[in-house]
Design a protein around this ligand. Structure first.
Ligand code: FES
Length: 617
C-alpha cells in the first residue's frame, strides 16, 4: 500500500510509507518491527516508547500523562499515540520484540523412552522396464508392508525423486500413509517438534523421535504481544478489526516458523525431516493458532470453540515442516484453562500422585491445578500481567537487563538477567523487591510503603532511596548513573498494589481449590511452580509475599516449562497423547467468577502475611 508519509526506523534502517492518520505502532508493525505494546495501543501502559528525530508535534493527553517532562523534551513519544504529519525518522529505543527473548531454553538433557510413531524404510526398488510397467505409486507401495497409500504432496514429487535417486529412496510412514520420500538412506533422520504457545512466550523443542532425545530448544516472545499483553486485548482486536483474526494467526505462525528456523539451524536438522508436532497453549492461543474465532472466550459463560485434541496436517496448520507431518493440538479444559495446563499435569504426573499436589502456572493468566490420582480440580485467575512485568512503571519482559533479583540489607543489591546493565524490572524482580522490602519493614502488611519522613530508623543509604515521584511513594532499585536507562529505576506504591492484585487473585484461586477438595494447605505434599516466571522466582519470596500458602521450602518445586515438557511427552509417546485427552476430560473445572467466596478470599489474599518465612524451613 503506497502512503503519503515515509517513516524510517533506526537502527534497523527500514522504511515504510503510511497513510496520514496511521500511527508509528502500526507503521512499525507493517515494517516488520514489533514494538512491545502491553495495552494493545490504547495509550494506557506507556511502554511503546520511541524517539522521533525530525518532527515535534504536540503531545497527546496520554503522552502528557505517561511520559516525563524530560522525555517529552527529548521528543520521546508513545508509538501508539504519534501520528506523523511529514516524513519522519523514528528511533527504536528498546530492542524490538523480534530481536529479544530469543533464548536457548534449558540445556539439560531431556530423554524419554520413546515409542516413535513415525517409521522410515530404506528401499532399493527395481527400476521400471517393458516387463514391469507398474506405476510409481504401485512400485513404492508394493515394497512397503506398513503402508497402503501415499500423501498428495509425496505423489506430486514421487516420479522425479525416484529417478533422481536411481530408485534408492527412503519412505516415511505414519498410520499406513507415506508422508515423505527422500533420496538415498535417511532412516536415522526422524524428528518431531513440541510447541508451547504462551501469551508472552513461544517455545519450540526439537526431539529426535527414535531415541526420545531433545536436540535443541529455543524460545522467543510471541509477536502477538503488539496487540496487548493479555488475551482479552487480543480477542478485542479480532472483534474490532475485520482482518484481526487472520492477522493474529499470521503473527503467531510467523513467530513459530522463525523459531523452527532457529532450532533447525542450531541443530543442523532439515525442517522437512520433522514429521510430527504437538502443540500446547492456553485456550485462546490454540484458537488463534488455528484461526478459530475466540470471541466467546471473552464473554460469560466463556465457552471455547473446541476442547478435544485437534489433529491436522502441517500444511493445514501453516507449519513450515514436512507438509504431511501430523500436528496434534492437545485438548483444552475450559475457556481459560488450556492445553498448557494439560501439559503441566502430564509432565508433573499430578494425575498419578498418591497425595495432594498443587501446580501453578504463574503468568499473565494464572492457572492452578490441585489434585492427586483420585481427581484433579482446576481454575484460572485473571492474575493480571504484573508477573510478566506489564502495568509496572519500569516493568519489562524477563530478558537481558531485567532486574530479577533484589537483596536489601543496609543498602540494595540487585541482579539482572544475563548480568546486563539494568533496563527495567521483570515479574520475579518485582516479587523479590517487594518481599525484601516487607522483610526490611519498608512496606507493611497492608502494602503501604514508608514515606521518606517515616524512614528515620533506617540506614542513610536506604532512606535516600525512598522518594516521592509525581505524588507516589517510590523506592529506587537502580540509580540513573548505574543503569542503561539513565534515570532512576524504582518500585512505586502503585506497582506494589498491582502485585497485590495479581497475587491476591492467585491466592484466592488456591484457597477455593483447597476448600473444594476439602483439604488444608498443610496437607499438600508439594507445590509445582511452572512457567517462565517459575524459572526465575525465588521460593522464599513467593512465600514471603503470600503468593503461596505457608509451606516448608522443600515442598516447593520449580519445574520450569512443564507445559513444554508435557508437549514433548505427547510427541514421543502415543500413550501420553491419549492420557492428555483423559486428563482434559476428567478435570473438574471451577469458574472463580461464579464463586460467592472469591471476593473475600481475594481481599484477604491481597494482604501480605506477617509470618516469618524462615520458620517454614
Ligand atoms: S501506551 Fe502505546 S501500547 Fe500502551
Amino acid at each position: 500500500m503506497i502512503g503519503d508519509i515515509e517513516v524510517r526506523f533506526e537502527p534497523q534502517g527500514k522504511r515504510i510509507r503510511i497513510r496520514r492518520g496511521q500511527n508509528i505502532l502500526e507503521a512499525a508493525s507493517r515494517a516488520g518491527i514489533l514494538i512491545d505494546a502491553p495495552c494493545g495501543g490504547k495509550g494506557l501502559c506507556g511502554k511503546c516508547k520511541v524517539r522521533v528525530r525530525n518532527e515535534k508535534l504536540v503531545p497527546s493527553p496520554a503522552e502528557e500523562k505517561l511520559l516525563s517532562p524530560e522525555e517529552i523534551e527529548r521528543n520521546i513519544r508513545l508509538a501508539c499515540q504519534y501520528f506523523p504529519q511529514s516524513d519522519v525518522v523514528v528511533e527504536i529505543l528498546e530492542p524490538a520484540i523480534e530481536s529479544i527473548g530469543k533464548v536457548e531454553l534449558e540445556k539439560g538433557l531431556f530423554r524419554i523412552r520413546s515409542r516413535c510413531p513415525v517409521s522410515k524404510f530404506f528401499l532399493s526398488l527395481p527400476p521400471p522396464s517393458l516387463e514391469d510397467q507398474r506405476s510409481d505409486e504401485e512400485r513404492l507401495l508394493s515394497a512397503l508392508a506398513k503402508a497402503d497409500r501415499i500423501a498428495p504432496f509425496v505423489r506430486l514429487r514421487l516420479p522425479k525423486i525416484l529417478r533422481e535417486a536411481n530408485f534408492q529412496v527412503t519412505a516415511t510412514v505414519v498410520e499406513g500413509e507415506v508422508i515423505a520420500i527422500d533420496k538415498g538412506n535417511t532412516e536415522r533422520e526422524i524428528y518431531g517438534v513440541a510447541l508451547d504457545i504462551g501469551t508472552t512466550t513461544l517455545a519450540a523443542y526439537l526431539l529426535h523421535l527414535p531415541t526420545g532425545t531433545k536436540v535443541a530448544s529455543y524460545s522467543a516472545l510471541n509477536p502477538q504481544t503488539i496487540y496487548g499483553a493479555d488475551v482479552v486485548s487480543r480477542i478485542n482486536y479480532t472483534i474490532e478489526k475485520k482482518e484481526g483474526l487472520a492477522e493474529m494467526r499470521q503473527r503467531v505462525l510467523e513467530g513459530i516458523n522463525k523459531l523452527l528456523d532457529e532450532v533447525c539451524s542450531f541443530s543442523g536438522v532439515c525442517k522437512e525431516k520433522i514429521y510430527q508436532a504437538t502443540v500446547v497453549g492456553n485456550t485462546c492461543m490454540t484458537h488463534f493458532f488455528l484461526g478459530v474465532d475466540g470471541r466467546n472466550l471473552a464473554f460469560s459463560p466463556y465457552v471455547p470453540a473446541f476442547s478435544r485434541t485437534v489433529q491436522l496436517r502441517a500444511s493445514e496448520a501453516g507449519l513450515d515442516i514436512c507438509p504431511d507431518a501430523r500436528v496434534y493440538i492437545l485438548p483444552n479444559i475450559a475457556g481459560f484453562v488450556g492445553a498448557d495446563t494439560v501439559g503441566i499435569i502430564l509432565a508433573t504426573g499430578l494425575y498419578k500422585k498418591k497425595g495432594f499436589y498443587l501446580a501453578l502456572d504463574v503468568g499473565t493468566n494464572g492457572e492452578i491445578a490441585l489434585g492427586s490420582r483420585e481427581g484433579i480440580t482446576v481454575c484460572s485467575t485473571a492474575a493480571g500481567p504484573a508477573f510478566e512485568g506489564a502495568h509496572i512503571q519500569f516493568g519489562m519482559h524477563a530478558t537481558s537487563g531485567a532486574i530479577n533479583r533484589v537483596y536489601i540489607e543496609d543498602d540494595v543489591r540487585i541482579g539482572t538477567i544475563d548480568g546486563g546493565a539494568p533496563r527495567g524490572i521483570c515479574g520475579s524482580g518485582l516479587l523479590d523487591a517487594v518481599a525484601e522490602m516487607l522483610k526490611a519493614g519498608l512496606i507493611d502488611s497492608s502494602g503501604r510503603m514508608l514515606s521518606p519522613e517515616e524512614a528515620e530508623g533506617f540506614s542513610p543509604a536506604l532512606r535516600e532511596r525512598l522518594l516521592i515521584y509525581e505524588g507516589d511513594r517510590c523506592f529506587v532499585l537502580s540509580r540513573a548513573e548505574e543503569n542503561a536507562l539513565g534515570r532512576d529505576i524504582f518500585i512505586s506504591q502503585r506497582d506494589v498494589r498491582e502485585l497485590q492484585l495479581a497475587k491476591g487473585a492467585m491466592r484466592a484461586g488456591i484457597e477455593i481449590l483447597l476448600k473444594e477438595m476439602g483439604i488444608e494447605a498443610r496437607q499438600l505434599e508439594g507445590v509445582f511452580l511452572a512457567g517462565a516466571f517459575g524459572n526465575y522466582i525465588r521460593r522464599e519470596s513467593a512465600l514471603t509475599v503470600g503468593l503461596l500458602p505457608p509451606l516448608p521450602l522443600d515442598k516447593i518445586f520449580m519445574v520450569g516449562n512443564a507445559a513444554g515438557r508435557g508437549a514433548m511427552m505427547a510427541l514421543a509417546l502415543p500413550s501420553a497423547l491419549r492420557r492428555a485427552e483423559e486428563i482434559a476430560r476428567n478435570c473438574h473445572y471451577i469458574e472463580l467468577t461464579a464463586s460467592p467466596e472469591f471476593t473475600n478470599y481475594f481481599m484477604d489474599g491481597m494482604l501480605f502475611p506477617e509470618y516469618n518465612v524462615l520458620s517454614f524451613k
